[in-house]
Design a protein around this ligand. Structure first.
Ligand code: PMT
Length: 396
């Protein structure tokens, strides 16, 4: 593999040497790109000795004034790894600031990107840093979570860069590399994500805890493999993954209309949204006033999108559903597989810590008529890749 290794201004920059050593020993070619702050922590001479390539630090080579092309680097690379990645670089990557060679390289990158955050534990825990990481994850960047340590408050938190061996394993074990990047080329995949909101009155709604992270990770994974992706998203605050066409909807009825209209021309649909099963029969036109009396809302069942699409499915189309259960729920998932005419269903249960709503991880079991495969707890980006592997296998 060709690896672009970005190094930023962190005390953990010295660990980049070990990371380079691991990549080179495994037969990979490494091109380092270092930020001006990174140069304060590690010398280009050390890095070029390890990679046997000149280190890129500036837009222009100081030796002969020639221009370093970030676009060429973006095409050359099979993976880009930013390790260590400071809070500042992560913020710039999330917002598209392009004031150094590493950042312009990131913006031109065609290959999968990995970041290994390294910073003070409180900085890592700060909502601004977490929001930037969420933005990057939603764009398909893999975050190699930092190791744990003690916060100033005495609580345990994360911040110290993960060990090079683990970063190396994450990059090399990633399912999506350049060879697989065109696996879904020419395919159109429809994905639903997030919750639906059913209106009670102009200020209240019935909803659920879906954040959209699982569905957005699936959309990013499909786009990385070259698919045309239509993402039908309920009300969530996540940024749209790169290369994905997004249609925002609010209610189960909106989602039903959008999905059933789009499905006939798609090759596959993955229904990951947590769709309301009931809607309010008569939403109030004005805000309901609080009174001493009980309030009864009449709820009507919504239309089942998956079942409708299952009935529309033609030869060659692949339909994937999800089942969210509160216990093991295998029987229930199998019943949904049959009732909705799905090719396979992804079971996740709230009984498993770190699985289901809101988390950055999930623990799922892929269930088909032929059998089932239980996967361990892992980041939603990796779960998405496992699901897309299964989808791709259905196309051959
Ligand atoms: O968004 P996150 O915070 O990342 O959380 C991810 C998730 C938990 C929402 C996701 O992994 C998940 O499990 N999504 C499905 C949730 C759900 O509604 O499950 P269900 O068992 O109630 O529904 C079964 C299937 O029918 C689902 O594919 C669902 O999209 C579909 N359905 C349900 C109701 C309805 N009216 N129409 C549908 O198509």
């Amino acid at each position: 593999m060709h690896i672009v290794l970005g190094i930023t201004g962190s005390i953990a920059a010295y660990k980049a040497c070990e990371l380079i050593r691991l990549f080179v020993k495994a037969g990979h070619e490494v091109q380092t790109v270092i930020t001006p702050a990174g140069r304060e922590f590690i010398t280009p001479v050390t890095l070029s000795a390890l990679t046997r390539k000149p280190v890129i630090t500036e837009f222009f080579s100081s030796r002969d004034g020639s221009w370093h092309s970030h676009v060429d680097l973006g095409l050359w690379a099979d993976a880009m790894v930013v390790a260590p990645a400071t809070a500042s670089t992560l913020a710039k990557m999330a917002t598209g600031v392009a004031d150094n060679m590493l950042l312009t390289t990131y913006l031109s990158m065609k290959a999968p990107v990995f970041v290994a955050p390294a910073m003070d534990l409180d900085m890592y825990a700060h909502p601004a840093t977490q929001a930037n990481l969420d933005t990057l994850r939603a764009r398909g960047v893999t975050v190699v979570e930092p190791a744990s340590g003690e916060l100033a408050s005495g609580l345990v938190g994360k911040g110290r860069m993960e060990e090079p061996q683990r970063i190396f394993e994450t990059v090399c074990g990633a399912k999506y590399n350049k060879e697989r990047a065109r696996e879904l080329a020419g395919r159109h995949v429809l994905i639903t994500a997030g919750p639906t909101h059913e209106r009670i009155d102009p200020v209240r709604f019935l909803g659920n805890h879906s954040s959209g992270k699982m569905g957005f990770a699936l959309a990013a994974a499909c786009a990385r493999r070259g698919a045309r992706v239509t993402l039908v998203a309920g009300p969530v605050g996540l940024p749209t993954p790169q290369g994905v066409e997004r249609i925002d909807v609010v209610t189960a009825a909106d989602m039903y209309d959008t999905v059933t209209t789009a499905f006939p021309t798609c090759d596959a649909a993955i229904l990951c949204a947590a769709v309301a099963d009931y809607t309010v029969a008569a939403p109030a036109a004005q805000k309901l006033k609080r009174t001493a009396d009980d309030l009864t809302l009449t709820l009507l069942p919504t239309r089942d999108i998956a079942a409708a699409v299952g009935r529309m499915k033609r030869e060659g189309q692949v339909l994937v559903g999800f089942a969210l259960e509160t216990d093991d729920g295998r029987e229930s998932a199998r019943a949904k597989l049959a009732k909705k005419n799905l090719d396979f269903i992804v079971l996740n249960t709230l009984a498993d810590p770190g699985a289901g709503f809101g988390t950055d991880t999930n623990k799922v079991t892929l269930i088909a008529n032929g059998g089932e495969r239980a996967l361990p707890l892992k980041p939603k980006a990796e779960v998405a890749d496992d699901i897309i592997d299964e989808l791709c296998a259905r196309f051959v």
